[in-house]
Structures are given as C-alpha cells and as structure tokens.
Design a protein around this ligand. Structure first.
Ligand code: HEM
Length: 498
C-alpha cells in the first residue's frame, strides 16, 4: 500500500501558527473582538499579506460550502488587484453563512432575499443590477434627498434643545444613528415617522444587530424566546412589509422621489426589463444597512476628532458662519466649504468607518506572489492602507491641511472602496455627513466627556464600543473645554492631547 499523500497546506501565506486545540478559535476571537487592532499587529509582524492562521482553516463570513481560510491584505497594489479583478474576487450576501440555510424550511425562506441584494451579485449580473440602481443615486436625485436631510436634521436638533439642563450628556453615537436611520428610512422608502424610525427601518436594524450577535452563532433553535426565532420572524416581517410597500406604490402609480420607487421604475435599455420583486427585496435591505450605520459612525468619529482639535474646530465653525450665516446648506453652498471637506476626508482616513473590503476567491488565483485556492476569504484593509507612513507622513496625526497638497489614488485612499464595486452611495453619504455637521456645529458645541474609554469595535463598521458621551452646549465657542483625557485603544490610531 502506498503512503497517503500529505494534504497540502491550503496556502503558505505567513501568519501566526495555530495553538494546539484552541489555536484557530483564539485567532478568530481576537479578530472578532478588535479586527483593526489585531490585524495592525499582524501586518506589522508579517507584512502586507498575512494569514489569520498559518495554513488556513478559518471561516469568518463566507457563504460558500468550502472555505480554505482567511487572509488579510493592505497597501495600494494589493487593494488594486483585489478590488478590480471582479471575476476572481467575489462578494457574498451580508447574511454570510446564514445564507446557506435559505432552503431549509418555510421559516428560512426569506433568507433567499434578506440582506442579499447587490452584495451577492457578481460578474455581469453585478454590472447589470448596478446599472439599474444607478439612477437612484444620480446627482439630480441627490437634490431631493438633500431637502429631506435638512428637514430631519432640523427636527432632531430642535429636540436636542428641548432639555434645558446645560449639563445634559448625550451618547452622540446613538443620536447619530437615530438621525441617519431616519434619513435612510425617508430617502429609501419615502417614510418619515419621527425619531423612532420607520417600521421597515427598525425591523432591518434589529435583525442586523441580532445577526452579528453571538447568540445566533451559538444556538440556532427556532423556538419562541430564542434569538434565532426572533431573527427569522424579523426576516419574514421585512419581506411582508416591503412587499406591502411595493404593492401600495404600484397602486398609487406615482413618480415618488424615494430610492425604492426609483428602483421600481428602473429599466434595462436593451432588454426593456426592470427589477423583479425578489430583486427589490434584496436590494433595499442591503442599501439600508450599507447606508446608515456607516454614515452614523463617520459623523460620530468626525465629531470626536474635532472635539480634541480645538483650533481646527474653531476654523470649521468660522467657515460655516462665513458661508452659511446660520442657515442650512444648499448643495451649491456645500461646494463652498473646503475646510469641512478636508475635515471629513481626513476623519475617514484616520478612522475609516468601514475598515474592510471583503471578498472570496471564485477560482484559484495568485496574490502578492502566493497561490490562493478557490473559496479563500480575502479581506483588504482600508484602515491599514490609510495608516501607511509612506503614503501619509505622520499617519496618526489628524491633519486636514494635508489635503491641500496630496491627491492619493483610489487605491491609496478608499473609504468608499475602489473599482467597479465602489460604494454606490458615496455622493449621498458625503452630502449627508456635511449637511448634518454644518447644521449641528452652527448651533451647538459638543464637549467630549471622558467617562468611558474610546475603544473601537465592529468588523463591517468601526464603531465606538462604549458609545461617545458628549455635553451639548449652545455654540459658545469654548472649544478648549473637554479637550484631553481620552482613554482607550483609539489612541493607537490617532494622536490626541493628554
Ligand atoms: C460614510 C458612509 C459610507 C461608507 C464609509 C461606505 C463604504 C462602503 C464600502 C467600503 C463599500 C464596499 C465594500 C466592499 O466592497 O466590500 C460600500 C459599498 C456599498 N455601499 Fe457604501 N458606504 C457609505 C454610505 C453608503 C450609503 C449612504 C449608501 C446608500 C444609500 C451605501 C450603499 C452601498 C452599496 C449598495 C454598496 C454595494 C455596492 C456594490 O457592491 O456594487 N453606502 N460602501
């Protein structure tokens, strides 16, 4: 009898070795706990291409049946290769491995669409679906969303003023989530039901939070009271609410200015066909999730950075006062705020709200001189590339003025990703972030409260783990109050005053 042929390593990209028994689990847990911090260490130790565990054997999010393992990449060249080779590097549903359960039972059927949408479309199908979605994000459409953004922000800011206590402390990250959830619900579905958020919005929001919670990973029993049961019920509710919305919009037959109505009218010029109800169900859920947590965190991190840089904050408030004179910005006026633009760009460089571009190899390939088998999870770090000192001198310094002289390529600076899958809502997001900041900073001064450490958390979106506490004052220009005293691991990403 011939000796069995040794199973080759899935790949030989360097990385930490697994420990006996718990090795791979420990690495995965460290990644899940602090994806940005853990991989910073790995990149520093092993270089721009690194395995989560040497030899593979891990699975973080792939919905495919076989997964040889997980690798991380950073730097412009690897970013270019992964984000532009669409036939090699595929994306998958936001539900990850849960997608595989879609045909298990009647109850799991909504998982065929729920949080699938354009994220799960690849190759020609992705191009075709994206083309149909584009009109909803064109510049002329942004004008109508801008009006909703101003109205909702005004209403939310009025509520901040209701509490007369000058020492009221607010979790700004929760507040920003509320503002962007409301904006997303209105611009996506045409619903504005006040601060509590629309029904569709809150269903998706709750399901998305449940999906990333350990309770679903550990115990998948469809029994009342358990998380998996709740999750499946929410996915079913989502399907019935959105089908209902589509039916109502069809009946009204009107040309409404929300994204869902636009998608319902979209038509392929060649085939004269539009999006099916199933495709709509997938797309709107994904757009909703992709579109509001991201902007909420970009806003929270920007306000945090400004709170610790009083001179930059003073200059921004001066610019706003000079150009807007207390008014909300129009789209034309937004173009006249160069400092605000640099502040937002620099904030998303230092603290990228979406730290990763996630892909899975659709066929065997080669990356950075190494072979990768089909099915390998490849995560490209936006965050790490933004902190490379060869691209950004003194990368941990929050310095908006650097944007007066630098013009990085799409692979050097890519908070919205790069290549054919670049964020479809980038224009929407930049407009939303600037409108909210311009209106808020003219009216209020936010003073950082150093009660909780500022630790980062989250894989899909980087968020402050313990919230972001701030005192709300009328804009009195006392920008030095609340500077310093920041604790937490955010300090290894940005230099802050003591
Ligand atoms: C600061 C806010 C935002 C950031 C940082 C952000 C970032 C990103 C990134 C990095 C990707 C690519 C992910 C990958 O390739 O793995 C992406 C894709 C996407 N984003 Fe955004 N996004 C933001 C806001 C929005 C908004 C407001 C919307 C919609 C209203 C949106 C809708 C989408 C969609 C639909 C995709 C998938 C595009 C495709 O696969 O073709 N995003 N976003």
């Amino acid at each position: 009898m011939t000796a069995p042929i040794p199973r080759p390593l899935a790949y030989d990209i360097p990385g930490p070795k697994p420990l006996p028994l718990i090795g791979r689990t420990l690495n995965t847990l460290q990644f899940v706990k602090d994806s940005v911090g853990y991989t910073r260490q790995l990149f520093n130790e092993y270089g721009n291409l690194v395995s989560l565990v040497e030899g593979g054997g891990t699975r973080l999010y792939s919905s495919r049946s076989a997964c040889p393992g997980t690798v991380f990449a950073c730097g412009p060249e690897l970013t270019r290769q992964v984000t532009t080779q669409q036939d090699v590097y595929h994306k998958g549903p936001l539900t990850g491995p849960l997608y595989r359960l879609r045909n298990h039972s009647e109850r799991t059927k909504p998982l065929r669409h729920f949080l699938v949408g354009i994220f799960a479309d690849n190759d020609d199908r992705h191009l075709q679906q994206r083309k149909l979605m584009m009109p909803a994000f064109h510049r002329q459409r942004l004008q109508s969303y801008a009006q909703d953004m101003v109205t909702i922000t005004e209403d939310e800011l009025n509520q901040l003023a209701v509490d007369p206590d000058p020492d009221q402390i607010k979790d700004i990250s929760a507040f920003m989530r509320q503002v962007t959830l409301r904006i997303a619900t209105k611009s996506l579905f045409g619903e504005d039901v006040g601060s509590k958020g629309g029904k569709t919005g809150s269903i998706i929001q709750e399901a998305f939070m449940l999906q990333v919670s350990p309770s679903i990973k550990l115990l998948r029993l469809d029994l009342p009271g358990l998380a998996w049961h709740r999750y499946l019920s929410l996915a079913a509710q989502y399907e019935s609410v959105v089908r209902g919305l589509i039916a109502t919009k069809k009946q009204r037959g009107s040309d409404e200015p929300d994204v869902l109505s636009m998608l319902m009218q979209a038509q392929d010029e060649e085939t004269k066909t539009g999006l099916t109800e199933e495709e709509l169900l997938g797309h709107v859920g994904v757009i909703f999730v992709a579109g509001h947590e991201t902007s909420a965190n970009a806003l929270t991190w920007t306000l945090f950075l400004l709170s610790q840089h009083p001179q930059i904050m003073a200059d921004v408030v001066d610019e706003l006062a000079a150009v807007l004179q207390g008014e909300a910005p129009s789209l034309e006026k937004l173009q006249q705020l160069p400092l605000l633009d640099r502040v937002v760009k620099e904030s998303m460089r230092v603290l990228a709200p979406v730290p990763w571009n996630g892909r899975v190899t659709a066929k065997p390939t080669e990356l950075g001189g190494y072979s990768l088998p089909e099915g390998t999870e490849v995560l490209v770090s936006i965050s790490q590339t933004h902190h490379m000192s060869e691209l950004y001198p003194n990368p941990e310094s929050f310095d908006p003025s650097r944007w007066e002289t630098i013009a990085p390529t799409a692979y050097e600076y890519n908070p919205f990703s790069a290549g054919p899958r670049i964020c479809i809502g980038a224009g929407f997001a930049m407009m939303e972030i600037k409108i909210v900041l311009a209106m808020l900073l003219q009216r209020y001064r936010l003073q950082f409260v150093p009660k909780n450490p500022i630790d980062r958390a989250g894989i899909i979106v980087m968020t402050p783990k313990h919230g972001m506490l701030m005192k709300i004052h009328r804009q009195d220009r006392q920008f030095n109050e609340g500077v310093g005293g920041v604790k937490g691991n955010i300090r290894d990403m940005v230099q802050l005053p003591q």
